[in-house]
Design a protein around this ligand. Structure first.
Ligand code: PLP
Length: 441
C-alpha cells in the first residue's frame, strides 16, 4: 500500500538542494525571451482572459527553489506557485511517491468506494491537526472546495444561516467562498447576487468590537451565526498578521455563542509560518481547519479537518468525484513527512533570515518601504503604493527573482520551505537591488 511504502523510504534530506548546475538567478536571454514571447501570444489566443498573470514568465522545469523558463532562464523562486510547492520543485521523495501511486491506481472515487490511501491521509491529518480529540476529514481538490464544504457543514450542523468573514480575507472564487472573500471588489464585480447571509468585519481586535457591537447587536443575533471563517494570517489580503489578542478572543466569542470557528489555513498552513498551522502561534484550537496549497507539494488537493462531533451529516450530503484522488494523497503523505523531518524548522529559520535581511530596507528607502512583516516563510514587504509594489515585483523578475504582490501595496515572499540559507541570502540581495532600482538609486 502506498501509504506504507512512502514511509519505508530513507529518511529525508530536508535541505534538498537543486541539482548541481541548477542555480539561480541565471539569465541567458532578454526577458521575456523569444520562446516566452511566442508562447504568450499562443496562450493569449486560447486561455481565459480572467487569469491574472503577474509577469511574462513561462515556467517549464523546477528543481528545489529554482524555476527554469522556456528559454532556459533560471529564476530563484520566492513564490512557490503561490505558496504551494512546500517541498520545493520535484522533490525526489514526492516524485517517487507520485510515480509509485500512479503505477498502482490513478483514480477510484473515494466518495463511492473505500479508497485506502484516502483514509490513511485522513488519519495523518487528524494526527497533525491542531485539535485535542478526534476529528474527521473531507478531501476536495482545491482550497475553494474545502471552504465550500466548511460553509455547508457549518450550516448543516448548526442549523443556522449566517456566516461571518473578515475584510481583507481571501477564501476562493466559487460562489460560497467568493462571497466570503473580501480582499478586492473585483472578485465580486458583475457576479452578484452572491451567497446571502454573509457578513464582514475588519480583521483584528477592532473588528471583533464591531462584530459584537454592530453585527450581533443590530444586524443578526449571534445565535443565528453558523460559522466565523478566518485566515489566521491573511495571505492575499497583504500578509496581515493580527494583534495577539485577536484569535483567542475570537475563540471565546465563538464558544460563547455556539458558533463554529473555521480557520482557513489554505495558504498559512502546512508549515509555511514555521509551525504546522498558523493558529498554533496563538494557541487557539479552531473547530474546523482547512488546508490545500502546500498539502501535496503541488498536486491538487484540499482538506477539511473537523472535530469528530461536527461530522453528523448523512451519506450523500457532500462528496466529490476526484476529491482526495490517490496520487494527490500519496504526494500529501510524502509532503507531511518532509515537513515534520525538518522543513517546518527551516521555514521558521529562513523566515527570520528574510525579515532580518529586508528590515534594513525600511531605513534605506523610507520614502517607499513601509513595513516588513510575517511569520516563517510567509513574508510581506509593504510599500508606499500598489504601483511601487508592482514595480518592485517586475524589477525582481527582470533580475531573476520571482515574487508576487498581495493586498493593495505588498510584495509577498513565500519560497519553497526547502530553500537554503545561501539561496535565501541571494534572493534577499536581489530583492534589495530591485527596490533600489525602483527608488532610482
Ligand atoms: C486563504 C485561502 N483560502 C482559499 C483559497 C482558494 O484556494 P484555491 O485557489 O485552491 O481554490 C486561497 C487561494 O489563494 C487562499 O489563499
Amino acid at each position: 500500500m502506498s501509504h506504507v511504502a512512502v514511509r519505508e523510504v530513507d529518511p529525508v534530506d530536508a535541505s534538498a538542494v537543486p541539482d548541481a548546475g541548477f542555480d539561480a538567478p541565471h539569465l541567458v536571454t532578454e526577458l521575456p525571451g523569444p520562446k516566452a514571447r511566442a508562447h504568450i501570444a499562443f496562450d493569449e489566443r486560447y486561455t481565459s482572459p480572467s487569469l491574472p498573470r503577474a509577469y511574462p514568465i513561462v515556467p517549464v522545469r523546477g528543481r528545489g527553489s529554482v524555476i527554469e523558463d522556456i528559454d532556459g532562464n533560471r529564476f530563484l523562486d520566492f513564490c512557490a506557485g503561490i505558496a504551494v510547492n512546500a517541498t520545493g520543485h520535484a522533490h525526489p521523495r514526492v516524485v517517487a511517491a507520485i510515480a509509485q501511486q500512479a503505477a498502482e491506481l490513478l483514480h477510484y472515487s473515494a466518495s463511492d468506494f473505500y479508497l485506502p490511501i484516502y483514509a490513511h491521509l485522513a488519519a495523518e491529518l487528524e494526527r497533525i491537526s491542531p485539535f485535542h480529540g478526534p476529528s474527521r476529514v473531507f478531501l476536495g481538490n482545491s482550497g475553494t472546495e474545502v471552504v465550500e464544504a466548511a460553509i455547508k457543514l457549518a450550516r448543516y450542523w448548526t442549523g443556522r444561516p449566517y456566516v461571518v468573514g473578515f475584510l481583507g480575507g481571501f477564501h476562493g472564487r466559487t460562489y460560497g467562498s467568493v462571497s466570503l472573500t473580501a480582499s478586492k471588489a473585483k472578485y465580486h464585480a458583475h457576479f452578484g447576487p452572491l451567497l446571502p447571509g454573509v457578513y464582514h468585519v475588519p480583521f483584528g481586535s477592532a473588528g471583533l468590537d464591531e462584530l459584537e457591537q454592530r453585527v450581533f447587536h443590530r444586524l443578526v443575533p449571534a445565535n443565528e451565526v453558523a460559522a466565523i471563517v478566518v485566515e489566521p494570517i491573511q495571505g492575499e489580503g497583504g500578509i496581515q498578521v493580527p494583534d495577539d489578542a485577536f484569535l483567542p478572543r475570537l475563540r471565546r466569542i465563538c464558544d460563547q455563542h455556539g458558533i463554529l470557528l473555521v480557520a482557513d489555513e489554505v495558504q498559512s498552513g502546512m508549515g509555511r509560518t514555521g509551525r504546522m498551522w498558523a493558529v498554533q502561534h496563538w494557541g487557539v484550537e479552531p473547530d474546523v481547519i482547512l488546508t490545500a496549497k502546500g498539502l501535496a507539494s503541488g498536486m491538487p488537493i484540499g482538506a477539511m479537518i473537523a472535530r469528530e462531533h461536527l461530522m453528523t451529516w448523512s451519506a450523500g450530503a457532500h462528496g466529490s468525484t476526484f476529491g482526495g484522488n490517490p496520487v494527490s494523497c500519496a504526494a500529501a503523505l510524502a509532503t507531511i513527512m518532509l515537513l515534520e523531518d525538518g522543513l517546518i524548522e527551516n521555514a521558521a529559520e529562513r523566515g527570520e533570515q528574510v525579515r532580518a535581511a529586508l528590515r534594513p530596507l525600511l531605513a534605506a528607502f523610507p520614502e517607499h518601504v513601509r513595513d516588513v512583516r510575517g511569520k516563517g516563510l510567509l513574508v510581506g514587504v509593504q510599500f508606499d503604493s500598489g504601483a511601487t509594489a508592482a514595480a518592485v515585483e517586475h524589477a525582481a523578475f527582470e533580475r531573476g527573482l520571482m515574487v508576487l504582490t498581495a493586498g493593495d501595496d505588498v510584495v509577498r515572499i513565500s519560497p519553497p520551505l526547502v530553500i537554503t540559507e545561501r539561496e535565501t541570502a541571494t534572493g534577499c540581495r536581489v530583492f534589495a537591488e530591485a527596490v533600489a532600482a525602483v527608488a532610482g538609486r
